[in-house]
Design a protein around this ligand. Structure first.
Ligand code: PMP
Length: 431
């Protein structure tokens, strides 16, 4: 399925650029890092995306993670349609909110109580306030290369190796907002212990992605998550796992289940809404009850717990619980990643591949990526050529080297063969 032309996409994207900054409603969608203009999507179906020129692509983005079941899943769509008939929003309690909360509490090990919000960013903003309110402390540890939404206090530039006292990485974020954010290197156990030794009694929380997706896929080294758990317990700090990407993705109960490490609070997003705007945060009841109206830490939302979004989330999680597709999805993903590695080796290209369940990144970097400092050494120009070559062959990849690819249950063996063949051709071309 070679892509013939994208004339309509070009024309319509030019139109979008006149009225939408950069033509996109989220910068991750722009093709800034890979060149050219984004494809304008018309519709999705199963494992495929169709652009407005009628080209078909195998989708390895899945709306950046939510679509583990693929597009238009027959178990999900009827539930959304049913919910739509009742009205779109009431701003009052509904049954579906309790149903989704019960499902989440049942599936995610650390969750006793959960609050629904509308995005991962909102979840990030809320958990930081909650942890500070609960502990009465201000400092928060995050790790270079982890992304927790565009929350002012967490938008801190990646430090090199040393502990960096927050420098805002976006204009518009005042120094004051990041003054209490400490940026450490992911997987650096010694640095973490040292920081806690120096100022443990001031640290409200440690926040991390248990498997990082936002500097490409980076796995926690053995002992890293365990150490975070240990120091947080010792010093009375809140351990926040950002499972927006990994939740219901790397295992039904998320990374906390896969690695058997219990955080105090976790953030959820993406899969929990099955493609509708849902974020959530949940954990120990004792901490969650510090949130208003039980406690005094304020957090609110006109559309939070939206019934259409809840219906989509319930249908998605119920389907995942009943079908338990994780082992099969993981072995399918492994077949794909092994093929990609073989293609890169055949083309004699320096590479390394990191994967966890149905998320993976092929890095154009021979060194194992364990931190942002290493991930930053990637050959991003080569990645840009790889991306374009794959797009021309009908494979839709994330448009940055520093993102995760996501597979869905809909991906067939035929699709896998197609992707590997395309990669063999492209990697030879760009080698
Ligand atoms: N946390 C993580 C780990 C994420 O990957 C993302 C989004 N990619 C967010 C938070 C923010 O979520 P949202 O884009 O829904 O605000």
């Amino acid at each position: 399925m070679p892509v013939s032309q994208r004339a309509k996409s070009e024309e319509q994207f030019a139109r979008a650029m006149k009225v939408i900054p950069g033509g996109v409603n989220s910068p991750a969608r722009a093709f800034g890092a890979v060149g050219g203009h984004p494809v304008v999507i018309d519709r999705g179906e199963g494992q495929y995306l169709f652009d407005i020129d009628g080209n078909r692509y195998i989708d390895l983005v899945g709306s950046w993670g939510p679509h583990i079941l693929g597009h238009l899943h027959p178990r999900v769509m009827p539930r959304i349609e049913e919910a739509l008939k009742k009205g779109t929003s009431f701003g009052a309690p509904t049954l579906v909110e309790t149903e989704l909360a019960e499902l989440v509490a049942d599936l995610v090990p650390c969750v006793e109580k959960v609050r629904m919000v509308n995005s991962g960013t909102e979840a990030g903003m809320s958990v930081i306030r909650l942890a500070r309110g609960y502990t009465g402390r201000d400092k928060v540890i995050k790790f270079a290369g982890c992304y927790h939404g565009h929350v002012d206090s967490l938008l801190v530039q990646a430090g090199s190796g040393a502990l960096t006292l927050g420098t805002p990485s976006s204009p518009g974020v005042p120094q004051g907002c990041t003054a209490d954010t400490l940026v450490l290197e992911y997987n650096d156990i010694e640095q973490l212990k040292e920081t806690f030794m120096q100022m443990g009694d001031q640290i409200a929380a440690v926040i991390l992605e248990p498997v990082v997706g936002n500097m490409g896929v980076v796995l926690p080294e053995p002992g890293f998550l365990e150490t975070v758990r240990e120091v947080c317990t010792q010093h009375g700090s809140v351990f926040i796992m950002d499972e927006v990407m990994t939740g219901f993705r790397v295992a039904l109960g998320g990374a906390q289940q896969r690695f058997e490490i219990m955080p105090d609070i976790c953030m959820l997003g993406k899969v929990i809404g099955g493609g509708m705007p849902v974020g959530a945060y949940g954990g120990k009841a004792e901490i969650m009850d510090v949130i208003s109206p039980v406690g005094s830490v304020y957090q609110a939302g006109t559309l939070s717990g939206n019934p259409i979004a809840m219906a989509s989330g319930i249908a998605t999680l119920e389907c995942l619980r009943e079908t338990n597709p994780y082992a099969e999805l993981e072995s399918k993903t492994r077949r794909l990643t092994q093929g990609l590695c073989a293609a890169a080796a055949k083309a004699d290209l320096p590479h390394t591949l990191a994967e966890c369940g149905s998320m993976f990144t092929l890095f154009f970097n021979p060194e194992k990526v364990t931190s942002y400092a290493i991930s930053a050494k990637n050959d991003t120009a080569r990645f840009g050529r790889y991306f374009q070559g794959m797009l021309d062959r009908g494979v839709y990849l994330p448009c940055s080297q520093f993102e995760a690819n996501f597979t869905s249950v809909m991906l067939t063996d035929e699709d896998i063969v197609h992707i590997i063949q395309a990669a063999e051709e492209v990697l030879q071309e760009i080698g």
